[in-house]
Design a protein around this ligand. Structure first.
Ligand SMILES: NC(=O)c1ccc[n+]([C@@H]2O[C@H](COP(=O)([O-])OP(=O)(O)OC[C@H]3O[C@@H](n4cnc5c(N)ncnc54)[C@H](O)[C@@H]3O)[C@@H](O)[C@H]2O)c1
Length: 349
């Protein structure tokens, strides 16, 4: 075979590999490191067995789905949130559908804003299982209100729960992990911990604060390579987050179900979270396009990102003032995306 032909074949191979990667990016629902880990990395089914995993906010949404998927692996689970009946319901479902036994699941009611209770809660977990391998800081609350209309108590509450509550529990668990020189602290942050969107000023602030805290902690723990600090940043995911969001007043939440069809399925988000946990990824972005694209834009082309955010933001505020709580601009985009994909399929098949 001539050298020329070999070079042509190599170039063709490289082009094909590039095309495959491009296709993966276009269809992506996670950042490229995460998708690579899903394709080539370690499997949660091999890596997360025999571990004690403590999940906060386990009574609903992402946390609830996370414990269902974990209950199919050989782990010990600690389920925490405020409502004990809800946790018992989740535990029952774990036992029905998973491979765990009664003794493998510990229901531990916990209010993240009651920081004085965190030390005792940590001791209770250690007494029950003897160790904590993974703490999943998932419990949290969002916000739907314009900054100028919002009572300061709302900002305080979001900081107390999303930021200080999470930091406090982490600080209780950390000495145990440092003593063992191993452990994972996985925090469910948000894309709104990286970018910002109107109507969520207090939520964005609390999630930005969390990201800053954990990025700093990771560097300070560099002498303990066995301790992994992981920030999970999802975009919109199907859950009760909007329904439970605070409004202008701390005593009032949105309280109604909103459209969820444009959001990522909770099971897919949780699967990607498990892959991230199995592969010790430091930060992952989990979202469908166009949300994922917007974060890339913020990261690499902030001027364009501001331009786009201002246009979408204005529309979002206008919709909110007209009584629409969700991203109707996005739903509009979604229906056109669906039509476009259907058209492509029709032309190709
Ligand atoms: N769903 C999304 O679109 C989305 C996107 C990005 C990030 N997140 C993050 O994911 C995490 C889980 O949210 P979700 O979407 O499942 O919402 P959700 O409302 O369905 O669940 C929130 C969980 O947090 C618990 N919680 C709330 N206040 C608490 C307190 N004071 N003490 C203890 N637990 C408390 C709730 O009981 C519930 O179990 C949150 O941290 C949220 O910020 C969600």
């Amino acid at each position: 075979m001539s050298w020329e032909l070999l070079l042509w074949l190599l170039a063709l191979g490289a082009l094909l590999a590039l095309l495959v990667q491009l296709l993966r990016f276009v269809r992506a629902d996670g950042d490229l490191t995460l998708l690579w880990a899903e394709w080539q990395g370690r499997r949660p089914e091999w890596e997360l067995t025999d571990m004690v995993i403590w999940v906060t906010g386990a009574s609903s949404g992402i946390g609830e789905e996370l414990v269902y998927q974990l209950s199919k692996l050989g782990v010990s689970l600690v389920l925490s949130a405020r409502r004990v009946q809800e946790l018992e319901r989740v535990k029952r479902r774990c036992l029905e559908n998973g491979i765990l036994k009664e003794k493998d699941i510990f229901v531990l009611p916990l209010d993240l804003t009651d920081r004085s209770s965190h030390e005792a809660a940590t001791k209770a977990v250690l007494q029950e299982f003897g160790k904590i391998d993974i703490l999943v800081n998932n419990g949290g609350q969002s916000q739907r209100s314009l900054c100028v209309d919002t009572n300061l108590d709302v900002f305080k509450e979001l900081m107390e729960l999303n930021y200080l509550g999470t930091v406090s529990l982490t600080m209780c668990v950390l000495p145990h992990m440092i003593e063992r020189k191993q452990g994972k602290i996985v925090t469910v942050n948000s894309l709104l911990g990286i970018i910002s969107a109107p109507l969520s000023s207090g939520y964005c602030a609390s999630k930005h604060a969390l990201r800053g805290f954990f990025n700093c902690l990771r560097v300070e723990l560099a002498e303990y390579p066995g301790i992994v600090i992981s920030n999970i940043c999802p975009g919109p995911v199907q859950s009760n987050i909007v329904k439970n969001s605070l409004t202008e007043e701390v005593t009032k939440s949105v309280g109604i179900d909103t459209v969820q069809s444009h959001k990522m399925a909770t099971s897919r988000c949780v699967r990607l979270m498990l892959i991230s946990m199995a592969n010790d990824l430091k930060e992952v972005w989990i979202a469908d396009h166009p949300f994922l694209l917007v974060v890339y834009l913020w990261q690499y082309m902030p001027t364009w990102a501001w331009w786009l955010t201002n246009i979408l933001g204005k529309k979002r505020i206008e919709n909110f003032k007209n009584g629409l709580i969700c991203w109707f601009t996005i739903n509009y985009y979604w229906s056109w995306r669906k039509k476009f994909l259907q058209g492509c399929r029709y032309l190709l098949l």
